[in-house]
Design a protein around this ligand. Sequence first.
Ligand SMILES: CC(C)(COP(=O)(O)OP(=O)(O)OC[C@H]1O[C@@H](n2cnc3c(N)ncnc32)[C@H](O)[C@@H]1OP(=O)(O)O)[C@@H](O)C(=O)NCCC(=O)NCCS
Length: 176
Amino acid sequence: MLFNGQRVRLRKMLMDDTALYHSWRNDMEVMQFTLPALDVFTYSDTEKFVQRITEADNAKSYVIEEKDSDQPIGVTALTNIDVENRNAECIIDLGDKNTWGKGLGREAFQLLLDYAFLEMNLHKVYLRVFSFNERAIRLYQKLGFQTEGELKEQIYRYGSWHHVLYMGLLKRDYVA
Ligand SMILES: CC(C)(COP(=O)(O)OP(=O)(O)OC[C@H]1O[C@@H](n2cnc3c(N)ncnc32)[C@H](O)[C@@H]1OP(=O)(O)O)[C@@H](O)C(=O)NCCC(=O)NCCS
């Protein structure tokens, strides 16, 4: 079912999610994989950020909830939605580290991609991922994403340089 999987469901992100998002946004263990520039954010920074993403016309942001516990575990989103060319950028971050490596990310991302391809009828989605994020790259490859290019030495982290990979998935290549 759209937005509703076996173990997770997606619901729209709200301003009320600011406190939750704030705790994930200040967790370096999570953010090292996703933010190009790490920093410590104030509550008001996060408020502005959540307001921007929830009000954007060209984005759809969802909170991932684990069905067993009814607890929010992360976020996933379509951003930069380009209606004319039928493509969008996509994002997934499980803010709750205890949920990593259990297949929940895969299920949640599949729900987002089902919506993107089977309901919105997008032609393509794409994403950016840091070259050291092996778990994420593995997940994207399993779903059919292919590496389309890389920005060399784009990220400085842990005292050395890393690439940013661009990965894309055409509707016809989606492994649902
Ligand atoms: C990336 C993320 C969404 C993946 O979701 P997940 O539920 O943890 O991952 P899954 O359990 O679905 O596993 C995905 C694949 O990676 C593999 N994997 C798990 N841990 C791994 C690790 N430490 N290194 C390499 N591969 C790993 C899994 O085995 C699985 O492959 P398989 O199906 O062949 O076994 C999640 O870990 C996360 O949000 N991490 C922090 C933020 C982040 O990296 N976001 C992405 C930014 S681009």
